[in-house]
Structures are given as structure tokens and as C-alpha cells.
Write a protein that binds this ligand. Structure first.
Ligand SMILES: O[C@H]1[C@H](O)[C@@H](O)[C@H](O)[C@@H](O)[C@H]1O
Ligand SMILES: [Fe+2]
Ligand SMILES: [Fe+2]
Length: 303
């Protein structure tokens, strides 16, 4: 079925976006498969399988330890960007060794996931080079798992993200584990709005700490010229409760609503469904991505 939506120009902010819009169509191009590489539906967290047992254990820890104070502390610590200096591509290569324990759909090294999603977008939207690079960049924050970053445990690097400082929405995966999170019993943090005001904007919300927020910080602090929509995708692509289930709308402002359109395209088609066993020849596509990196990022970034 053809589903076409009006998209604001990614390079404009809300003030100017309505004057420049382009039509992109969600049908055609990359065909969304029904099953993941293990023959199960995508993001099926309840199906009994060995992989799902470890995914469940991952979320048990994640939901207990991610508190408002913890996330704020991590943001401060990593906001200093004093851990490393390296190019964006060097970071892609570092991710070669990591497998994401939160992911029921993929057990390939992360660099494959980055290139699989970027290459699928490149085929469908050949002219939106910023969008190809967004895909390549979106999960690079998982470098927090690397020993040179202190080898953070998986529960504070990967997995879906959610707002802290206010009540946990039921639509967050494995919601039941939040009952053992200290914030659930703290009256400052366990009401619908908690520490926030209605429609304060996601920019003002403290999300659970992980690769999204970290990579957003790195890209911004290193003065990327990627458009605002790219930064929004990088920052909120794991916030499934919001972009898939429509929860937490009371925290969003108009700007967020506009950016959501790009996030939907990225998530509903590419981030999730391009995960496959068909591997990309890294050396073959490397020159193209190096040219994009050169266009949108400095040669060396502070991490
Ligand atoms: O397991 C996945 C994976 O860690 C992704 O990188 C993240 O963006 C998803 O939201 C998460 O559920
Ligand atoms: Fe991710
Ligand atoms: Fe991803």
C-alpha cells in the first residue's frame, strides 16, 4: 500500500520547514521482511528462546539500575569528552567486536548493522546523503562498551531508552522490572509529569543513559553539520515507547512532533528490518562513507 507523507526539509528548523517540503514515499524500495534472522517476528520479546532469556536478563538489570540520578551523573561524566580522540570511521571499526545483548534480532557485529541500514537507505533515498550518514552514525555510541571507555556494562549502553524523573510508561518493554527501580517509589519521580512540565520538549528530558544520548552529545560537541533531523534520529531512535507506541506525548513540543517524521522512516523501515545475515563488504563501501564523514564531521572527534 502506498503511504506517502509530507516531510519537512531536514536541514530546516520548524520556523522554516513548512515552506520547503519534499515528498518521500514509504512504499517501494527496501522491502520489509516478516521475520528476523532467527525466523521469529521482529522485536518479539515474549517468544521463548535462548536469545530472549538473555535479552530479558539484560532488561532486568537495565530497568533496575537506570535511575534519574544515575543518568544525570553519566551525562556529566561523558559530557567532558575526555576519553579519546578518533575519527568517525575509526569508531565504526572499533565496533567490529561488539554484539548487542539487548537485541533479539541480530547477533552480527555492530559494524554490519550500521552498514546494512545505511546501504538500504542509500538505495531508497540516493540524494539524501545526510540520511545515509545518520544511519552509519546512529549506533556508534555503543563504543562505550569498549575497554578504552571503561568497558561499560551493556545495561547502560544498549537497549530501548525511556524518560527518567517521571512515571515509567507501561509500553516500555519488560515494564514489570521497573518495580525494583528505586525511582518507582520516589514521589518526586513517580508521577505522570514528575520533574517536568507539560510539553517541555524532549530536549529537556533526561533519558535513560546509553548510546543514543552519548552519540548525540559527541556529534553536537564536535560541531557536526548534519541537519537537526539527523541529530534527533541519533538521539531518540531507541525511544520505542514514544515513536512506536505513542507514549509520553505530554513531554513533547511542536519541534519534536516535526522531527518525528524522519525518525519514523528511519525506525519503521531501516533500523529494525535491515538486520540480516547478508553481510556487507566493508572495504568496498568504505570510500563512499569516508567522503560523507569528511563532508559532515571534523577529521578527528573528541569522545
Ligand atoms: O536492542 C536494540 C539495540 O540496542 C538498538 O541499538 C537500540 O537502538 C534499540 O532500541 C534496542 O532495543
Ligand atoms: Fe541503537
Ligand atoms: Fe540500530
Amino acid at each position: 500500500m502506498a503511504l506517502s507523507i509530507q516531510l519537512p526539509d531536514a536541514s530546516r528548523t520548524s520556523e522554516t520547514s513548512s515552506s520547503v517540503s519534499l515528498e518521500l514515499s514509504l512504499d517501494g524500495g527496501f522491502a520489509v521482511p516478516e521475520n528476523n534472522a532467527f525466523g521469529n517476528g521482529f522485536r518479539d520479546y515474549n517468544k521463548e528462546s535462548e536469545r530472549n532469556l538473555s535479552v530479558e536478563e539484560f532488561y532486568r538489570k537495565n530497568h533496575i539500575y537506570q535511575t534519574y540520578e544515575f543518568a544525570k551523573k553519566k551525562r556529566e561524566e561523558y559530557g567532558k569528552l575526555d576519553k579519546a580522540e578518533m575519527s568517525l570511521w575509526e569508531c565504526c571499526e572499533l565496533l567490529n567486536e561488539f554484539i548487542d545483548e539487548s537485541d533479539p534480532d541480530l547477533d552480527e557485529p555492530q559494524i554490519q548493522h550500521l552498514l546494512q541500514s545505511a546501504e538500504a537507505i542509500r538505495r531508497d533515498y540516493p540524494d539524501e546523503d545526510w540520511f545515509h550518514l545518520t544511519a552509519l552514525t546512529h549506533d556508534l555510541g555503543k563504543v562505550l562498551l569498549h575497554p578504552s571507555f571503561g568497558g561499560e556494562p551493556q545495561w547502560c549502553v544498549v537497549g530501548d531508552t525511556f524518560p527518567l524523573g517521571c512515571a515509567f510508561d507501561e509500553s516500555v518493554v519488560h515494564h514489570r522490572f521497573f518495580k525494583d527501580n528505586p525511582d518507582s517509589n520516589n514521589p518526586k519521580y513517580n508521577t505522570k509529569l514528575g520533574v517536568y512540565s507539560e510539553n517541555c520538549g524532549l530536549d529537556n528530558v533526561t533519558m535513560s543513559w546509553g548510546h543514543d544520548e552519548y552519540m548525540y552529545m559527541v556529534a553536537k560537541a564536535n560541531n557536526t553539520t548534519l541537519p537537526p533531523a539527523a541529530l534527533f534520529v541519533i538521539r531518540f531512535h531507541s525511544f520505542y515507547a514514544m515513536h512506536r507506541s505513542g507514549a509520553y506525548q505530554y513531554l513533547m513540543n511542536e519541534e519534536d512532533e516535526k522531527m518525528l517524521k524522519w525518525l519514523h522512516i528511519f525506525n519503521t523501515k531501516y533500523d529494525l528490518y535491515t538486520k540480516s545475515k547478508v553481510l556487507i563488504d566493508v572495504e568496498k563501501v568504505k570510500p563512499y562513507y569516508l567522503s560523507l564523514i569528511e563532508k559532515y564531521f571534523p577529521a578527528k572527534l573528541k569522545w
